[in-house]
Design a protein around this ligand. Sequence first.
Ligand code: DUC
Ligand code: ZN
Ligand code: ZN
Ligand code: ZN
Length: 488
Amino acid sequence: SSSKLLIKGGTVVNAHHQEVADVYVEDGIIVSVQPNINVGDDVTVLDATGKYVMPGGIDPHTHLEMEFMGTETIDDFFSGQAAALAGGTTMHIDFVIPVNGSLTAGFEAYKKKAKKSCMDYGFHMAITKWDEIVAREMEIMVQEKGINSFKFFLAYKGSLMIRDELLLEGLKKCKSLGALAMVHAENGDAVAEGQKRMIDLGVTGPEGHALSRPPVLEGEATARAIRLAGFVNVPLYVVHVMSIDAMEEIAKAQKSGQKVVGEPVVSGLVLDDSELWNPDFTIAAKYVMSPPIRKPGHGKALQAALSRGVLQLVGTDHCTFNSTQKALGIDDFRKIPNGVNGIEERMHLVWDTMVEWGQISVTDYVRITSTECARIFNIYPRKGAILAGSDADIIILNPNSSFEITAATHHSRTDTNVYEGRKGKGKVEVTIAGGKVVWDGSALKVAPGSGKYIEMPPFSHLFNGIEKADAAYLSSLRAPVRRLKAAT
Ligand code: DUC
Ligand code: ZN
Ligand code: ZN
Ligand code: ZN
C-alpha cells in the first residue's frame, strides 16, 4: 500500500536555504520540493500556510533503557521515542553500553531493546576497557554494524572511566577506522576527591553534587582530551558541554585549526543550578546530572557560543529516572541516579530560546537541531534535509502558537519534568516520521516496530585533510632524522 502526502504552502527550511514551497511525499521518501505541486485526490493534503516546514529533529545524545547507577532509565525505546515524536524529534542516537566489556554483546542487547522503536535511531558505542578483543570489536562495529562513533568516559571512576593510556589507544583506533571519538569530559579522580570533600564536610544533599564537580574539572578534562586528540591528529566530539570553562577550551582549539565539535545539551543551555539548593529533596534531586547544571551565566554563554558556531549542535542527554529512583540518593548525593529529561522538550526550548529571542535564524535552527548532526554522523542528506530523495521526517512548526511544558501532559514515563511550567512561543503542530503523520499537535499515532536502525558509515567530512596533516607532520620530521643519520 502506498501512502502519499502533500504539505502545501509552508516555508520549507533547510540549513542554508528557505523558500515557500510544497513538499510531496510517497512511501516514506520526499519526492519533490517545489511551489504549486498538483496532486490527485488519493493524496492527503496538509496546509502549512504561515508555518515552517523543517527536517525533523535529530537528538545526538540519549540514554533509553540504560542500566545505570543501580537502576534503569524509565524511558525505553518506545516511550522515549514517542515523547521525542510529540516534540518534533524524528531520530535519535543512543549510547550502547558494552555487556561485561563485550561490544558485540552490548550491540545485540541494544538491538533487542530497540525492536519496539517507533522512530529511526542510530547507535554510538561506549568504550569502557581496552584489550585486543575490544580493538577487534571496534572494527566489526564500524565495518559491519553501522556504528561510526565511540564514547570515552573520563569520569565515573570505578565503572565507566578510562585512563589516558586507553584514551590514546582509542583515539588511534578511531582514526584508523574513520570513527568519531566522543568524550565525557570531567576528571574522574578529582570528582572522587571532590565528593569525599563534601561528605567530610557533612554535605550529603543534592547541592553536594554540584559542589563536588565544579567547572574547573570539566575544563581540565576537556583540555586534556582536546590536546591528546590533537597529538594523535584525529577529530574530537565533546558531549554535553556544560560550562564556560569547557566551551573556551573548544573555542581555543578551533582557532588553532583543530577539528573539535562541541555539543551543548538543552538543560545546560536553559537551566541553572539554583534548584539543587531546594530544601525539598524530591525537587532538588531531579536536577542531578553529570556534568552538573551550572551557576547562572554558563547557560547564556553556551547559547552565545552556539550562535557563534563554537558549539555546533544541541543534544539532550535524555536519561530519565522517576522520583522513587532519584530517592536512592536521599542520604547521599553520590547515589542519586544522574540524568534529566529533554528528548520531548528540545525542539521547543531551542526554538524559543534561540530563534524567538533573536539569537539565530530559522536556517541556523535547522542546522543545530538536525542537519549538523546528520553531517557529523555521515547520514546527510538522507536525514537532516528536506530534499527530493531524503527520508520523509518532517515537522510543521507554527511560530505564532505557544507551548507549555508540564509532567501532567508530557509523554515521557517520568513523573517529573525539569522544565515544569515553562512556556514559550513556537509549537510543533505536526510530526511526520517515515512519511506518516505520527503527531498532530494533540494525539500520537505510533506503533512499536515502525522505527528503523540507521547505519552510519565511517569517514565523515571531519576526516577530510587528516592524511595531508599527517604527511606534513612526517615531512617536518625529515630534517632532524637526516641529522641523526649523519651523526652516526
Ligand atoms: N550523565 C548523566 O547525567 N546521565 C547519563 C550519563 C551521563 O554522563
Ligand atoms: Zn530552493
Ligand atoms: Zn556523559
Ligand atoms: Zn549521556
